[in-house]
Write a protein that binds this ligand. Structure first.
Ligand code: ADP
Ligand code: MG
Length: 351
């Protein structure tokens, strides 16, 4: 994982950035009895991106101690949901993929809950977000790795190969036994890819171990556990301009407690003959979707926000709006020309 992380860090774009209006150790207003200060911690090795946690505490030691249960949970989710690496004595999603067609794998409850949620999201998104699309996604992943490392060798996966890979996809190939806590893929060529959902799901879970009034930013996913300093003051989250640099914002939204998650075509992509190919693949065309430059979701649950940001990226506005509102969430869409469209609830939260 480390080499991949280092590679990612160099061109890293944090697409949704928090603007908290305070820097570490800046004095904050006093609480009832104790003066609180702002602190921040950064982790570089989780979920293939940079994680930043911000919060308020009486001193650095107290802040660091408050992060421990969060970090432990987040690290465990990172290892359990990994599709590329093995970890000693820890069956994970990769183990399920490796044993596809052969045997059911006994896994931690977190994997069972994640995959049940992924299956629910498959239904909710009408199959747009499909965790069993692994065989197709891995052809795109391999092509991107080659294209990033050797731009002169960049290629688009062969359509016949993509179609052949699709034969081994299908949510019916994923068998989850909740009682036994086992998971099996019934086709030996089947493969899970939880990239569209796992990060948001993990942040949600891990955030429940943090005090109120903290902010976590993991790549394009931001979650807050309450207003700043545990009060009512909202955090301000910047949404990156798809045509701008990582620190140029097209919009800002205020958030007390909840999640803001973005999927964009400018996050992970490679170039073939001057054309960019990004990482969100339309199961209908087996090609990167072309509806939007970016979609941002605002909602209470980060796992749902992650699933919906990928899903809306894969559909037209009418279908997306219907879907997002049915889930009690709000959305912002940005198209090729830079036009912005919002649900009414999203508009109300703009700063
Ligand atoms: P990011 O992880 O960059 O924040 P997303 O949440 O939108 O962005 O997830 C993109 C990832 O989801 C891809 O890297 C890939 O692993 C996976 N993915 C791409 N297309 C689909 C799809 N149609 N269904 C399920 N997963 C997908
Ligand atoms: Mg997503």
């Amino acid at each position: 994982m480390n080499q991949r992380i280092i590679k990612i860090l160099i061109p890293l774009l944090i697409t949704t950035v928090f603007l908290c209006g305070c820097t570490a150790k800046e004095p904050a207003p006093a609480g009832d009895f104790q003066q609180l200060n702002a602190y921040q911690e950064t982790y570089l090795s989780l979920f293939d991106t940079v994680t930043i946690v911000k919060g308020y505490a009486v001193d650095e030691k107290t802040f660091q101690e408050s992060l421990e249960p969060f970090y432990e949970e987040f690290l465990l989710c990172h290892e359990l949901f990994d599709i590329y690496e093995d970890y000693a004595n820890l069956p994970n999603i990769k183990t399920i993929n490796d044993k596809a067609g052969a045997e059911a794998v006994k896994v931690d409850d977190r994997i069972v809950s994640l995959l049940l949620f992924c299956r629910e999201m498959y239904e909710v998104t009408g199959g747009a977000v499909d965790v069993t699309l692994g065989p197709v996604l891995s052809l795109w992943h391999d092509a991107r790795e080659v294209g990033e490392a050797n731009p002169e060798k960049a290629y688009i996966p062969d359509m016949d190969e993509l179609k052949a890979a699709l034969e081994h996809c299908g949510i019916d190939k994923l068998v989850i036994d909740e009682e036994a806590s086992t998971v099996m893929l019934t086709d030996s060529e089947a493969k899970l890819d939880v990239g569209a959902i796992a990060k948001g799901y993990a942040i949600q879970r891990a955030s429940e171990k943090l005090p109120e009034g903290y902010l976590i930013s993991v790549g394009g996913n931001v979650l807050t556990t309450g207003g700043k300093e545990g009060g009512d003051t909202p955090w301000v989250i910047g949404i990156q301009d798809p045509n701008g640099s990582a620190d140029s914002f097209i919009e800002k939204v205020s958030l007390v407690k909840g999640s803001v998650v973005t999927s964009g075509d400018y996050q992970r992509y490679y170039t073939v003959d001057g054309k960019n190919y990004h990482h969100i693949i339309d199961p209908e065309t087996l090609m990167p979707s072309t509806y939007w430059r970016g979609v941002t979701i605002l909602c209470d649950d980060s796992g749902l926000a992650d699933a919906l940001s990928t899903a809306l990226f894969l559909m037209d506005k009418e279908s997306g709006e219907k879907l997002v509102l049915s889930q009690g969430a709000e959305a912002l869409w940005i198209d090729e020309e830079g036009n912005e469209y919002y649900t009414d609830g999203f508009k109300e939260r703009l700063k």
